[in-house]
Design a protein around this ligand. Sequence first.
Ligand code: PMP
Length: 429
Amino acid sequence: MLNERSMELYKEANQYSPGGVHTSIRNVEPHLVFTKAEGAYIYDADGNKYLDFQAAFGPYILGHNYKKVNDRVIDALNRTDLYGVGSTDLEIECAKKITKHVPSAEQVLFCNSGSEATYHAIRLSRAVTERTKLIKFQGCYHGWHDYVARNMLSEPHMIGKRDPGSAGMMDEAIDNTLICTFNDLEDVERTFNDNKGEIAALIVEPIPHNIGCIMPEEGFLKGLRDLCDQNGTMLIFDEVITGFRHNIGGYQNVCAVTPDLTTMGKAMANGFPMAAVAGKKEYMQRYNTYPGGDVWFAGTYNGHAIGTAATIATMEIMETEPVHKHIFELGERMRQGIREIHDRLGIDAYVAGFGSVWTTYFMSFEPKNYTDLMQNDADLYIKYRKKLLERGFFKMPMNIKRNHISYSHTKEDIENALQAIEDVLKEII
Ligand code: PMP
């Protein structure tokens, strides 16, 4: 695979930005510089074309550079933009749509990234409960800020231990975040009992897609709801990945468990910067500082015409076209197809997924939590990913991450990917 031009540009990028990338985990081998994206495909500076399953970590649910969304954004920008006081017509229309579809969203506020949304939700939970501590699960990711950036992709000896994700984090923030094991209600109950009356919120990805696709066991999410109720703790569903991708009303609409607060981002605006925090009116009113509320919520770019117009357009397409039917069918075909390939080749691997998302774990059983994933053969995954990339199929670079299918992917794309997967597995196993 030719990547000469990419490497030239990468050298230049390194001169001006540390590591040449603008998010820590973007520096992967081989380094590519991207110049074009359209539908299900992305293109690099050397003219290589890839069928994209990374979807920029999930936002592209309709496809890259999706004309109907782009047109709405351009129309909006030809008329309006951002004001800094008052409200906008687009904000109102967008909020109306979200509160109509998302069960927990009696009211909603907009921000620009998932990290902002989780920060705000946690702060609100602390204000409401007048408590400090937070429960998160090993392996879940909720953004870069100090409250949650710990125990993400921990090394085996650090699982469940004090494992901050960055230098420079506040000890107090790290120590007030307690780590539990996903799918283990006893562990969560024990943590509640050991910290009676101290836990403000429990935050969870209802399906932890940051470690691929670990499905919640029957009753687990409902169990979290019950434990939160019993302990006066707020349940936060971080639906930054699952929201809109699995259902226009979020995974909460699928699993029938309603959290107190929900954070959203990624697929809601099909790639444009947009995020939200939503919840019960009684809690959300704490943000209403005019009059009476006492929780600060701000952001120069909050409610920008770009994000609100893109969200309205994306949601309208989901309302009127068979977006989820299409991506779910292709997702099912992909998972089934890979399982058949594994059977034909005698490969002991586990194919997980939900809807448009799939993950191949090179291990022999269904993982239930992060610890189980230590059985996954990471070296094999890296080889597999590299060989697929050489053939023009773009999967997530990191081991145990997920892949996404968009509305722009076709049946033919999936069949081509399956053929490539079979060829690559024959070569490397
Ligand atoms: N929550 C989840 C579940 C996420 O996957 C992410 C991003 N991968 C975030 C929060 C943070 O979102 P952002 O990168 O937009 O800040």
